[in-house]
Design a protein around this ligand. Structure first.
Ligand code: PNS
Length: 160
């Protein structure tokens, strides 16, 4: 049986922290599906097709990885993909409460689902898509935080 893991998120946009988590997941699982959706709790900056494009460019060359969009509940999507592993990155203790809540809620709805938390390289523990967007809007340099193909999308956010 192939071990399929799903890494869900809004990826708005993908950062080097996300790429680091995908690399770690590919070392552990046979196939990693990056599942992109819109977080009901925060409106997206980039439309879903752009987020998918940025991810596909950033992850090009990584074997056994696919990127796709989904709508609705994650547990329903997992069922449709016949997957029971969810990957989430944990950067700091501040991530923990939200992640713990989601993992247990998903477990309640689908007891067969396990959430596996991976820690990114410590270089990325302070990195978030929101901060990167704020830096870009205010004219800062984001090259150290996002894959090269993402930078032009962020440049568009710059305040006039
Ligand atoms: O990258 P994010 O925004 O932290 O990812 C959050 C995401 C997309 C994983 C979460 O909002 C989610 O799973 N959304 C799908 C809808 C769902 O299943 N909601 C119930 C979660 S317990």
């Amino acid at each position: 049986m192939k071990r399929i893991a799903v890494y869900p998120g809004s990826f708005d946009p993908v950062t080097y922290g996300h790429v680091d988590i995908v690399r770690r997941a590919t070392a552990l699982f046979d196939h990693v599906i990056i599942a992109v959706t819109t977080n009901q709790g925060k409106p997206s900056t980039f439309p879903i097709d752009e987020r998918l494009t940025m991810l596909r460019q950033a992850l090009r060359g990584l074997p056994r990885v696919t990127v796709e969009a989904f709508e609705g509940l994650l547990v329903h999507y997992l069922q449709a993909r016949k997957a029971r592993i969810v990957i989430r990155g944990l950067r700091a203790i501040s991530d923990f409460e939200y992640e713990f809540q989601m993992a247990l809620m998903n477990r309640h709805m689908a007891p067969q689902v396990e959430t596996v938390f991976l820690m990114p390289d410590e270089r990325y523990t302070y990195l978030s898509s929101s901060l990167v967007k704020e830096i870009a809007r205010l004219g800062g340099v984001v090259a150290a935080f996002v894959p090269r193909s993402v930078s032009p999308y962020l440049t568009r956010l710059k305040n006039p």
